[in-house]
Ligand binder design. Structure first.
Ligand code: NI
Length: 267
């Protein structure tokens, strides 16, 4: 799977369960904007069969460079971002990993039961082709159990290994070239923004401003029936130039922490 195939598959899988993203692209294109991705985000567990290192190996083999590390103590997540060596023409990749060791034995036992469904010694490409290996194994009761301890774990078990969100870069936009203008446009079209930590995350002072929508919700298959859960969400980013005159390419942990809450369901 080359990078173009990876991005194509990621987008196809994403819009299938995130119809709002498709609508937003259509609305923006109608306004004459050209969609460029700032980054896409992937989620995984710190289990040997699916660990972040497998993801890293793939992206590094495709010309990406492993950049900064981020730690989210409250949600027990580690993350890295990757930049392509040819520059920001290729979207950045943000990969986070849930630290299973930070959870109790009941939680770990459930995750290990899910991991039995993942074949051993697979590469990231194999895992990405699998779709959701936990489909039909995970019950809605399991999902709710996970959700109590970690919304991230519940999302990942329910959705499988796929892009959690795509992020539109506002830097190249003509009309909606600030987060405020983009947010107003989204609200005008009745999309609901993630308001955790404010509608705009970050400031020009930290060289990155972001906003995100709340995740779409969709009926999903569990071993005990179909239940409506949070799927994926769209994100928007505006980058500022650092003192060296180059656009900041990293991420701001506090903003990313608030954006993780986009898949928290209200109900
Ligand atoms: Ni993001």
């Amino acid at each position: 799977m080359n990078l173009d195939e990876f991005f194509k598959k990621s987008w196809k899988d994403y819009v299938e369960i995130t119809p709002s993203a498709k609508r937003i692209v259509a609305l923006l294109e109608k306004e004459g904007e050209v969609i460029i991705n700032d980054h896409i985000a992937l989620r995984t567990f710190s289990h040997s069969k699916v660990k972040m290192d497998l993801f890293s190996d793939y992206f590094i083999s495709k010309g990406y460079l492993k950049k900064d590390h981020y730690f989210f103590p409250e949600t027990k997540l580690n993350a890295f971002h990757f930049e392509h060596k040819e520059g920001p023409e290729r979207p950045k990749i943000f990969i986070s990993e849930l630290d299973l060791g930070a959870f109790d034995s009941n939680f770990q036992t459930l995750i290990l039961r899910l991991m039995e469904k993942v074949p051993s010694h697979k590469t990231f490409e194999d895992l990405y082709e699998l779709g959701n290996p936990w489909l039909g194994v995970l019950s809605f009761k399991d999902y709710e159990f996970l959700r109590e301890k970690s919304e991230y774990a519940a999302w990942l078990a329910g959705m499988g290994i796929r892009a959690n969100h795509f992020t539109i870069s506002l830097n190249n936009f003509k009309k909606y070239n600030t987060i405020q203008k983009m947010n107003d446009f989204l609200k005008f079209h009745h999309f609901s923004l993630n308001t955790v930590g404010g509608e705009i995350k970050g400031t020009p002072g930290v060289f990155l401003e972001q906003s995100s929508l709340m995740a779409d919700r969709m009926k999903t298959t569990f071993s005990d029936g179909e239940f409506e859960v949070s799927t994926c969400y769209y994100e928007f980013a505006l980058r500022y130039k650092c003192e060296d005159g180059k656009y900041f390419q990293g991420f701001v942990a506090n903003s990313a922490g608030n954006i993780f809450e986009s898949t928290y369901s209200k109900g």
